[in-house]
Design a protein around this ligand. Structure first.
Ligand SMILES: C[S@@+](CC[C@H](N)C(=O)[O-])C[C@H]1O[C@@H](n2cnc3c(N)ncnc32)[C@H](O)[C@@H]1O
Length: 174
């Protein structure tokens, strides 16, 4: 199973799932409007290896996910919460990294992409602090990414039109 946190309109999942029928994909999306939009796309395309769940991903992973269940966890263009007093709302925290590590299988991967430089430094700081849990690896584009794209999510396409820079890393569970 692969999990996408904050799947938005579900673009990554609807592009990637048909190319990897042997993998089960689970999207977790908190917004009701985005969840409904993505669920409808999946239903119309009759995708049988992808499900979407409306939940707070941090809570779902912490309280509902068993150990060693995911081979990959995708987190693309997560909300950056730029104000310092809101940093505690960011999905990557010391505590959530511990949970993501627990849920990943051995050698499983946490794949992170952002356009936000300060959030990127936050990710780098967390990766360094938890180097005992994860090896840092280069990010490999999924098969479903279009020409010149990193992943090909809605936010990536929007930000690409604005010529924003992108940052990407893979953290592999030791
Ligand atoms: C900036 S959007 C990016 C959407 C998509 N990944 C993309 O690249 O187009 C962030 C998404 O994460 C969702 N989100 C934020 N916090 C979440 C949480 N705790 N659990 C689940 N989804 C969350 C938001 O509702 C939103 O759809």
């Amino acid at each position: 199973m692969e999990i996408e946190i904050g799947s938005g309109k579900g673009t990554f999942l609807v592009q990637q799932a048909p190319l990897r029928p042997q993998v089960n994909y689970l999207g977790i999306e908190r917004s009701l409007a985005y969840y409904r939009y993505a669920a409808n796309r999946m239903r119309r395309r009759r995708l049988s290896n992808v499900m979407i769940l409306r939940a707070d991903a941090a809570q779902f992973i912490r309280f509902w996910c068993a150990d060693d269940v995911a081979s990959v966890i995708h987190l693309y263009f997560s909300d950056p919460w730029p104000k310092k007093r809101h940093h505690k709302r960011r999905l990557i925290q010391d505590s959530s990294l511990r949970e993501l590590h627990r849920v990943l299988q051995s050698r499983g991967e946490l794949r992170l992409v952002t356009d936000h430089e300060e959030l990127w430094r936050w990710y780098e700081g967390h990766a360094q602090r938890h180097a005992q849990w994860f090896d840092r690896r280069p990010f490999e584009r999924p098969e479903s990414a279009g020409a010149g794209e990193i992943v090909g999510t809605n936010f990536e396409r929007k930000y690409r039109r604005e010529a924003r820079p992108f940052y990407a890393m893979t953290l592999q569970k030791k």
